[in-house]
Structure formats: structure tokens, C-alpha cells
Write a protein that binds this ligand. Structure first.
Ligand SMILES: [Zn+2]
Ligand SMILES: [Zn+2]
Length: 235
């Protein structure tokens, strides 16, 4: 007999590793590339997920990253690809493929991983539904006459500002708009975001701005008084 044969299955025509054919070796060492099933909190309203204590995008690309972070492998130079194969509301199935090497042999291992979603309401969505806000920008005309076009343009400006900030901080979202007799009130979830948006608005529209504060209560955790800020913006 020429060459090696596998003491387990008798194969002679396969690459060998650790004294066995590579198939038998892989079967006996299932832990070479493993991903455990994942349970994760997902907001039913915005579909963001909570990882490491932070609410993050639950889009397929970022879910792929989350699944990838759960892969444990002892293959050499592993390359991991993750693909969503079964989308769903309560759970999703991802196919994880780990390509790497076992000694001189290239190896590719594929596994299905289930991600279970626990229904939650995220911090921002719960604030939104609870009528929470940190700042109001009251857009009003500078004179008696309301310049609708200018008002609308300023509103769009704020919307785009908020949209740009939301990519980094979801609290920067505009929570709601309220049409009033001579203008519109814009409610921001974050005072900081409102301030940044206002500064940019000021640079472009040069309105007169007055600010006032309203006591909203006391923060249970820090004991500090909480205020909301109202900016009266005369366009
Ligand atoms: Zn074998
Ligand atoms: Zn949410």
C-alpha cells in the first residue's frame, strides 16, 4: 500500500491532518469554527438592537457584524462571511462560513446560526411615545406677516440638520412638529442636537433668537434638576 490511509474510515484519497483524513478530523473536532446562537433585544418600533448595552442599527449589515463577533475559530487565517438566509420577526437564521487553514490544508466550514429577538422598546422610542423632549424650536415670523416660503425652508433646513445628526446619535431626532397659528413648534429629543441645528440655522437665516427654560423635574439617577429649553426663533 502506498501512502497513508485513515484509521477511521480507511480513506486514502484525501488530505490528512493529525493522523486522520481531513473529513474525519473535522468531524472529531467540531469546535474548529463555532458560533453559538444569539439572543438579542430588538426594538419593535425602530428595529434597532441592543449590543454591549448600546442600541445600534439592526440593519442586515450590522447584524452580520454582530453575528461575526460571536464566531470562535481556531483555524489559521480565518475569513468569516455571514449571510442572512431566513429573515424574520422573532428570529432570523444566518449562515456563517469560516474559511481558513488546518496546517497546509484549506478548510471551509459552514454553520447555521439562529438569532432570537426579544421584543423591547428602545430608549428613544419610549421617550418618543412618552411625549419626552428636551428642546423646542418655535419658528415664528419676524414681523406681522408670515413668510410661508421662508418658514418652510427653515423647517426643511432643521429636518436635514437633524437627519444628518441622527446617523451618529439617534436622540438627535425631531420627535414631533406642532403647527400653531403663526408658525410651527419643532420638538427635539436632544437639547444638544437642537442647539447645533439652531446654530447652523442662525448662520444661514440670521433670525432673532430668545431662549427660556422650563423646569421638567428632577433626574432620579443624578438628583439634578431637568430643564427643557425653548428657543423662540423669529425668522
Ligand atoms: Zn477518515
Ligand atoms: Zn426604538
Amino acid at each position: 500500500m502506498k501512502g497513508k490511509f485513515c484509521p477511521k474510515c480507511g480513506a486514502t484519497d484525501r488530505p490528512f491532518h493529525g493522523g486522520f483524513c481531513i473529513d474525519c478530523y473535522l468531524k472529531d473536532h467540531p469546535g474548529l469554527a463555532e458560533t453559538e446562537d444569539i439572543t438579542i433585544k430588538r426594538c419593535t418600533h425602530c428595529l434597532r438592537v441592543k449590543t454591549r448595552g448600546v442600541w445600534e442599527s439592526g440593519a442586515p449589515a450590522s447584524m452580520g457584524e454582530i453575528v461575526r463577533a460571536h464566531v470562535k475559530t481556531s483555524l489559521e487565517s480565518p475569513e468569516v462571511t455571514v449571510e442572512l438566509v431566513e429573515p424574520g420577526e422573532k428570529k432570523e437564521v444566518y449562515e456563517v462560513t469560516v474559511k481558513g487553514a488546518l496546517g497546509a490544508e484549506p478548510v471551509s466550514l459552514t454553520q447555521l446560526v439562529t438569532v432570537k429577538y426579544e421584543k423591547q422598546t428602545c430608549d428613544v422610542c419610549s421617550r418618543k411615545s412618552g411625549n419626552y423632549y428636551e428642546a423646542i424650536l418655535q419658528l415664528r415670523p419676524a414681523g406681522r406677516e408670515i413668510d410661508l416660503q421662508r418658514m418652510r425652508s427653515a423647517l426643511m433646513f432643521l429636518r436635514n440638520e437633524a437627519r444628518a445628526m441622527v446617523k451618529k446619535d439617534r436622540k438627535a431626532e425631531i420627535f414631533r412638529y406642532e403647527m400653531v397659528k403663526n408658525g410651527v413648534d419643532v420638538y427635539f429629543g436632544s437639547a444638544r442636537a437642537a442647539k447645533v441645528a439652531l446654530q447652523h440655522l442662525q448662520a444661514t437665516y440670521r433670525p432673532t433668537v430668545k431662549e427660556s427654560y422650563t423646569l421638567k423635574g428632577v433626574d432620579k439617577e443624578t438628583g439634578k434638576k431637568r430643564y427643557s429649553v425653548t428657543y423662540s426663533v423669529r425668522l
